[in-house]
Design a binder for this molecule. Structure first.
Ligand SMILES: NC(=O)c1ccc[n+]([C@@H]2O[C@H](COP(=O)([O-])OP(=O)(O)OC[C@H]3O[C@@H](n4cnc5c(N)ncnc54)[C@H](OP(=O)(O)O)[C@@H]3O)[C@@H](O)[C@H]2O)c1
Length: 327
C-alpha cells in the first residue's frame, strides 16, 4: 500500500505502533492521542519506529470523546483505524469496568460523527473489536457465522463496542469490525511471557487445555491492506490464525524457540491468588478462546504466519536475549 492517508485513533499502544511502523514507510500516518507529549517514546515494544520513517507520521491531540480540530484530518482519508480503549489488563472493579466501556463507545461515536461531517468521507473505517467476543469454548471453534456469545464482562464490552460501531451512520464509508485475537509481536502481551520464561515460570497456566487464538501483528497489518484493496467486502471479520493451539502448546513452543530448558507450571489456585496482586484478572488467562477466521479465508487471504512456531521465531529475532533469559 502506498501514498495513502491513514488515521490511527489510539495509535500509541502496542498494535498502533506496529501498524505505524508497517504502514509509515510509504503512507501518511496521523495518530490521534490524548497525550501527544508521550508519544515520542516507544512504551510497549522493541521494534521502535525508526527516525527515517518519522517524517510520515504526525500526532494530533484528541480526548477520545469530543469533536475538535482533529476532525479536519479525516477529510479525504483512505483508512481510519480505531484502536482506542482503556486496557482490559486491570482489575474489573466498577470504576475500571465503566472506563473500559466508555473509552471504546465514546471514541467510536465521535469517529462516526467526524466521518458523518466530512465533505469527502474516508473510504474505509476499521474499528477494533476482539475475538474474546465469543464464549469460553472447549468443544468447538467459533467463527463469524456460527459463533456463540455468552454474557460475561468481556463479551458485553465487545458487543457494545460493535453495536456502537454499526449504529454510526456513515453511508459513504465502508465499515469493518476487526475481531482481533491475542496479537503477537515484539511487545504487548509477549512482555509478561518473557518475564515468566526468565524466572523459570514458562510452564502451562492452569490446566493448559484452554485454547489460545493468536495472530502475528504483521498478518493483522496485511489483513488491513487486503481489506482496503477488496472494495466488495465489509462487516465483521475475525483476525486470527487458522491454527489456534492450547495454552500448553503455546508455552511449549515459546520455550522451544527461546531455547528455555524448563518452565514451572502455574496452577489455577496460584493464578487466582496472584492476579489481584499484580492488578489483573485471571479470566484473561483462563478463558478458552477458540476462534477461526472463516470469512477472511473465504476472500482468498493467506496468512504469512499460520503456524505459531514460525510466528514466535520471527518475533524472537527482534527481542534482546536478556529479555527472556537471565544469563
Ligand atoms: N493487543 C491485543 O492482543 C488485542 C487483542 C484484541 C483486541 N485488542 C484491542 O485493540 C485495541 C488496541 O490494542 P493495544 O494492545 O494496542 O492496546 P494499548 O496498547 O492499550 O493501546 C490502546 C490505546 O488506546 C488509548 N486509550 C487508552 N485509554 C483510553 C481512554 N480512556 N480513552 C481513549 N483512548 C484511550 C491509548 O492512547 P493514548 O494514551 O495515546 O490516548 C492507548 O495507546 C484495544 O482497544 C484492545 O482492546 C487488542
Amino acid at each position: 500500500m502506498k501514498s495513502k492517508k491513514i488515521i490511527i485513533a489510539g495509535g500509541t499502544g502496542f498494535i498502533g505502533e506496529e501498524m505505524t511502523k508497517y504502514f509509515g514507510k510509504e503512507n501518511q500516518i496521523i495518530i490521534l492521542s490524548r497525550n501527544i507529549q508521550h508519544t515520542k517514546t516507544n512504551r510497549n515494544n522493541y521494534s521502535i519506529i525508526s527516525e527515517a520513517d518519522k517524517g510520515n507520521i504526525h500526532y494530533l491531540h484528541w480526548d477520545g470523546k469530543t469533536l475538535d480540530d482533529w476532525i479536519t484530518s479525516f477529510e479525504g482519508a483512505d483508512i481510519i483505524i480505531n484502536l482506542a480503549g482503556k486496557t482490559v489488563n486491570c482489575r474489573y472493579n466498577e470504576h475500571n469496568k465503566q472506563e473500559i466501556f466508555d473509552s471504546r463507545t465514546n471514541a467510536t461515536k465521535i469517529i462516526g460523527e467526524a466521518i458523518h461531517n466530512c465533505t469527502v468521507p474516508p473510504k474505509l473505517w476499521i474499528n477494533a473489536s476482539s475475538a474474546t467476543i465469543y464464549r469460553h469454548a472447549t468443544d468447538k471453534p467459533q467463527d463469524e457465522y456460527t459463533g456463540e456469545y455468552h454474557d460475561d464482562f468481556s463479551v458485553q464490552v465487545c458487543k457494545l463496542w460493535e453495536k456502537t460501531f454499526y449504529e454510526q451512520r456513515t453511508p459513504f464509508t465502508r465499515k469493518i469490525a476487526l475481531r482481533m485475537a491475542i496479537t503477537l509481536g515484539a511487545g504487548g502481551v509477549m512482555i509478561p511471557y518473557f518475564n515468566l520464561l526468565k524466572f523459570g515460570l514458562g510452564g502451562k497456566q492452569a490446566s493448559g487445555k484452554q485454547m489460545y487464538s493468536w495472530v502475528h501483528i504483521e498478518d493483522t497489518c496485511r489483513m488491513i491492506e487486503w481489506l482496503y484493496d477488496h472494495n466488495e467486502v465489509e462487516g465483521t471479520f475475525n483476525c486470527c490464525s487458522h491454527n489456534p493451539i492450547t495454552n500448553e502448546q503455546f508455552m511449549t513452543t515459546l520455550r522451544k524457540v527461546t531455547n528455555t530448558k524448563f518452565g514451572l507450571p502455574a496452577y489455577e489456585w496460584m493464578l487466582r491468588l496472584g492476579a489481584p496482586l499484580i492488578g489483573t484478572e485471571v479470566e484473561l488467562v483462563l478463558k478458552s478462546r477458540w476462534v477461526i477466521p472463516t470469512k477472511i479465508l473465504e476472500t482468498g487471504f493467506q496468512f504469512r504466519y499460520s503456524l505459531l512456531e514460525d510466528a514466535l521465531k520471527e518475533i524472537i529475532t527482534k527481542v534482546p536475549r536478556k529479555q527472556y533469559h537471565l544469563f
